[in-house]
Design a binder for this molecule. Sequence first.
Ligand SMILES: *Cc1c(COP(=O)(O)O)cnc(C)c1O
Length: 460
Amino acid sequence: MMKTIIEPFKIKTVEPIRFTTVDERTSILQDAGYNPFMIRADDVLIDLLTDSGTSAMSAEQWAGIMQGDESYAGARSFFRFEKVAKELTGFTYIIPTHQGRAAEKILLTLLGGPGKCFPNNTHFDTTRANIEFSGAEAFDLLNPAGKDPSAIADFKGNMDVEALDRFIREKGPSNVPLVMLTVTNNAGGGQPVSMLNIRQTKEVAAKYGIPLFLDACRFAENAFFIKKREPGYRDKSVKEIVQEMFSYADGCTMSAKKDALVNMGGFLGLNDDTLAVNARNILIVTEGFPTYGGLAGRDLEAMAQGLTEALDEHYLTYRLRSVEYLGEKLTQAGVPILQPPGGHAIYLDAKRFAPHIPPQQFPGQSIVCELYRLGGIRSVEIGSVMFGKSDKLTGKFIAPALELVRLAIPRRVYTQSHIDYVIECVIEVYNNRASLRGFKIVLEAALLRHFTARFGVLQE
Ligand SMILES: *Cc1c(COP(=O)(O)O)cnc(C)c1O
């Protein structure tokens, strides 16, 4: 008999949740300009804003915190971290940074600039912002199934390799400093990328002498999807699969706040000698000495331990199942979600959830606000607020392909009853969807506007 998949841990420390009423949350929302990033965490009941940096650390990781070597140069903790990261990735150089975007910033300072073009299956927002900040352009070449929120396929995060080949020929190989592949595809719905696709992407890039970099934040979740879904991988260990994934890449950027199960950290992995020298020079100016990056020795210890724990198959079984469970129950209730469930989050399909709100009135933002008002649940819009643009010439609004609301599940933080409560709230918002109203932006920043924008509710 199939038994319930249980949380593979006991709880040693607890953190109380502060309860608020619907009335209190109505005024909190107003004060926050209807932007969940502006709500105080103490006013949130269940925080599904992000899975980034929100993991619960293990007893072993906390033990590592006490053992951190805080020497400025050559700290023991660095060498432990470097050994673990090298064993997993195979890269010659492991450069610690304080988080993923710091690794991106260094890489793109060196390789970006006006006229350069960066393809990816789907750029994450900070990656795109770092590319554009350098003066270069970012392009998403997602496979067609990945663009259809209701299509069920095993590897909807895949790169469209034929489009990639055409793209490189069109732009000219010398204008494409690297090809990036994001595993799993965060902005594209937490969908995995197959080993075959990684290999094929590498082949296309290599044909033109262009290096392949993984945006490797969720490498372990991606590897477990490969194990479960891709022919030939069932009997391989997750570690072997991870090693094979990285073997096709020439480098990586990594936010350790995801699959390394820490609250802060990241690294840049490189094979190229010159690039590594230049990257370390920038690191020293912007982050710190190469054996600590922007981190304390204790952070490096926790990261080394977390990178190891993320490969545990009991952990990964529980991790993917708890996300799938949320998706399954919502689907059974008729709530439109991006199918199939991704590795770290469930994405509500806001276009079908609130079809009466057009993209330029931010249907996803409307759902986000109602989930908070009704249930104290914090989620995030990934649609026209995050990626919508105005045409440079005509000023016309350009909507992204998908309008999503992400319910990201922090690692090892919430139990099944928390998830059951989320399910009840989402279903209630869905059943009352006719009352959802559109929004307008009343204040926005030039870059990454979703973090700080203020909204107003549109009246009929
Ligand atoms: C989180 C994330 C980043 C950026 O990492 P930070 O640690 O938040 O700076 C880059 N790419 C992807 C796919 C991510 O999920």
